[in-house]
Design a protein around this ligand. Structure first.
Ligand code: ADP
Ligand code: MG
Length: 738
């Protein structure tokens, strides 16, 4: 067999019978894929314990001799149980193995060895089920007896045992055996990292790290190995992200010079002064647009911090040289609202000049045709729309800038699809979901990040309260009384429900269940108590319930959800904006960007069904005008559950950045960077953005320094090759699709 390397096909090394399930369960194809499957944790066989007085339920290790062996056949189902009695002279214990009769060939009466497992009890008999064991080899022992080598036994007992991520098809020990085979066969592994870096950071060479992570003798071994492998992962990731960013920046695009008549007129007519952060973000973007290379910038800021205005000013700069801009929004409601507010902000003269258009999926054919024509002819300089903008029929005369609103709702391919409609257009992504720096560096490491922290002056603020319906029924009753009070005082109220109708969760709207497992985590007290769980709060029932209440008499109530047609939704939204509808019961279609300054109360039913960022966004819908906002989060989640913690966290702070950190702590890692592609390579192995923030920042610096010194990585050809293959495989795209 030729030299085995990390690229060698797995089946040639471990055999097809083992390789197949490994590929199916974990997507492993090569030896490298297998040996990078690092242990989830390490267990220890433990201190040697005498067999007399064994602690039930504890992990023990004993040195003993096989007394006798017998096989029983199970009566109710097929299969056998091998029972092996062992003794150390002070007591005895039974080992049991299901369907593993073959073990009787080695576990024969008189043999000695060391056995480890968890003590359980079956019919008054202490036993170890499927223990690990190592038998002492008679031949190696001193002549004349099976002398136990105490030192060897102790060493064995203390060796860390790797426990691998496993599936029902591929248990940990199968993985372990396959890895042993692969490690034994593996030839020299070249180290892709420059040797100065290895030395400078005190890293183990790659081959050594791989060996020790799987076959440690001491805890210190696997710790050092794991740290080294994690460092490599972080470093290679940052290098790839920086490399991608550099390549993107080197592309040519049309410069869109500063200022221009349209922007000047707009600024002159602006009824308020820009905040400091808006000015700073605007200046950074203006400078980017004037460059002959495409901008890739993420603009993050609280709901209502004035991002859209910053984006509109960028569009006006591009329009200054007759360039077009496209604004991509995640929902129809949001797209049409953006369109309306952009037209309003521009004023009639600029509207006539720039001819903004709205493109959504549900337009009448004739109107759609007219719109497409205006875009293709270059008559319209601003196109606002949903995914419809990505369609093949949409062609721009000169697309200079793409603005993606609520960036996290879109994947990288969608941004790319729009990018292909222009000659390297500039890209401005916006998000109101604050992203902690380490996540930004990992998931969006190829984007420049600009943050708006300052809110426009005169905002009234929002108070938020958790309303635990089961513990505080009085407070729950007060919720509706409060709504009535505000409405009678001329204000408006939102009520948000997780579902459209009983048993119908809104399609296409991500509930927290998809977003961060909120729904699973919601330990419902009512369900726990064994009662029939109440159905999830839904729009239709809530509308009917409220209309039927005497205290709501005369109040105009309407429902809004994703099951309605585009024009229908628009009609309801406009009626709410105009104050004709006083109480709007909706799903999360109103989540982002909706702007009705007269709305003062946001009531969220079954709030535990939503994720932190969603709730934070929802509450941003109120308190946008002259009156303070109130957000009431109703829930039946039990005190102490993760669901309740999330709600309490939101009630406790209105700082989106602080919440993003809490969110990060409460979320499972996979949900932040997108879940693993089934059958594909997992996105991150050892790196955890929550725990390893410092490492991410440190490796970012080191990767930057290396690229600065040696942009084409001539000094590290293996690293260069790694980057090329990463680029081709598109792993980074998976990562950024959050
Ligand atoms: P975002 O997109 O960040 O949610 P918007 O751009 O929609 O925020 O702004 C929210 C509201 O605040 C809009 O009505 C907008 O006109 C207003 N606004 C924006 N910037 C300022 C400012 N500097 N001063 C006062 N009001 C502002
Ligand atoms: Mg917005």
């Amino acid at each position: 067999m030729s030299q085995v390397t990390l690229e060698t096909d797995l089946s040639g090394v471990v055999g097809a019978r083992t390789a197949k399930p490994l590929e199916k369960s974990f997507g492993m194809k090569t030896v490298g894929d297998l040996v990078m499957h690092v242990p989830r944790r390490y267990s220890r066989r433990g201190e040697l314990t005498p067999l007399s007085g064994l602690p039930l339920g504890e992990q023990i290790t004993v040195v003993a001799q096989v007394l006798d062996v017998r096989t029983r056949f199970m009566q109710r189902r097929r299969g056998s149980i091998l029972e092996v009695r062992i003794t150390d002279g002070t007591g005895s214990l039974t080992l049991t193995f299901f369907n593993q009769e073959w073990r009787a060939r080695e576990l024969i009466s008189g043999r000695r060895g060391i056995f480890a497992g968890k003590v359980s009890e079956y019919r008054g008999q202490l036993q170890l089920q499927h223990p690990e064991y190592e038998l002492f080899d008679n031949r190696e022992d001193a002549p004349g007896g099976e002398q136990l080598d105490e030192a060897a036994a102790k060493a064995w007992a203390e060796t860390p045992v790797p426990i691998y991520p496993a599936t029902a098809q591929v248990p940990s020990w199968t993985v372990q055996r396959a890895i042993e085979l692969a490690l034994d066969a593996l030839g020299p592994v070249p180290d892709p990292l420059p040797s100065e870096l290895l030395r400078g950071e005190g890293l183990l060479p790659l081959h050594r790290a791989i060996e020790l992570v799987h076959r440690p003798e001491h805890d210190a071994d696997w710790r050092a190995a794991r740290d080294s492998l994690r460092f490599r992962e972080a470093f290679e990731l940052q290098l790839a992200l920086l490399d991608r960013r550099r390549r993107a920046a080197a592309e040519q695009s049309t410069p869109r010079p500063h200022g221009g008549a349209a922007l000047e007129r707009f600024d002159a007519a602006l009824p308020f002064a820009l905040t400091g952060d808006q000015r700073a973000a605007g200046a950074a973007i203006a400078a980017d647009l004037a460059e002959p290379h495409p901008m890739h910038r993420l603009l993050q800021g609280e709901v209502g911090s004035g991002k859209t205005l910053v984006a509109l000013r960028a569009m006006l700069q591009v329009a200054g040289s007759a360039g077009q801009s496209a604004l991509l929004a995640p929902t129809e409601v949001l797209a049409s609202q953006h369109f309306r507010s952009i037209c309003e902000a521009l004023g009639p003269e600029l509207v006539a000049e720039l001819q903004p258009v709205l493109l959504t999926g549900r337009m009448p054919a004739a109107e759609r045709k007219r719109t497409l024509l205006a875009i293709a002819a270059g008559a319209s300089l601003i196109a606002v729309g949903t995914h419809a903008l990505l369609g093949d029929a949409v062609m721009f005369a000169d697309l200079g800038l793409i603005v993606v609103d609520e960036q996290h709702r879109f994947g990288v391919e969608q941004r790319e699809a729009l990018r292909r409609k222009g000659a390297q257009p500039h890209v401005l992504a916006m998000t109101a979901t604050p992203i902690p720096r380490t996540v930004a560096l990992t998931a969006f490491g190829d984007l420049e990040v600009t943050t708006i922290r300052e809110l426009p002056p005169g905002r009234q603020g929002i108070e938020t309260f958790a309303v635990p319906e089961l513990e505080m029924p009085n407070r729950a009753a007060r919720v509706w009384a409060r709504a009535v009070e505000d409405i009678r005082a001329g204000r408006q109220v939102y009520v948000v429900c997780p579902a459209i109708a009983a048993g119908e969760v809104e399609a296409g709207e991500e509930l927290a269940a998809d977003e961060d497992g909120a729904a699973d985590g919601a330990a419902r007290a009512d369900a726990r108590a064994g009662e029939q769980p109440r159905p999830i709060a839904n729009v239709e029932d809530t509308v009917a319930e409220l209309r039927a209440r005497a205290d709501f008499a005369g109040i105009a109530i309407a429902g809004l959800h994703g099951g309605m047609s585009g024009p229908e939704k628009d009609r309801v939204m406009q009626a709410f904006a105009a104050g004709e509808v006083q109480l709007l019961v909706a799903t999360t279609v109103i989540e982002v960007g909706v702007n009705v300054p007269n709305a003062t109360i946001m009531i969220v039913r079954d709030a535990d069904r939503f994720g932190i960022s969603q709730l934070h966004q929802l509450r941003g819908r109120v308190g946008r005008g002259a009156h303070a906002g109130l957000c009431l989060l109703m829930t039946t989640a039990e005190q102490g559950s993760v669901a309740r913690e999330r709600i309490d966290a939101i009630a406790a702070t209105s700082d989106g950045f602080a919440l993003a950190e809490v969110d990060l702590e409460l979320r499972r890692e996979g949900d932040i960077l997108g879940t693993e592609q089934s059958g594909g390579r997992s996105t991150l192995r050892l790196l955890r953005v929550v725990e390893h923030g410092e490492l991410i920042i440190r490796t970012r610096e080191l990767a930057g320094e290396l690229l600065e010194r040696d942009p084409e990585l001539v000094s590290a050809p293996e690293l260069a090759a790694l980057l090329t293959s990463e680029r081709e495989a598109g792993h980074l795209d998976n990562l950024a699709k959050s």
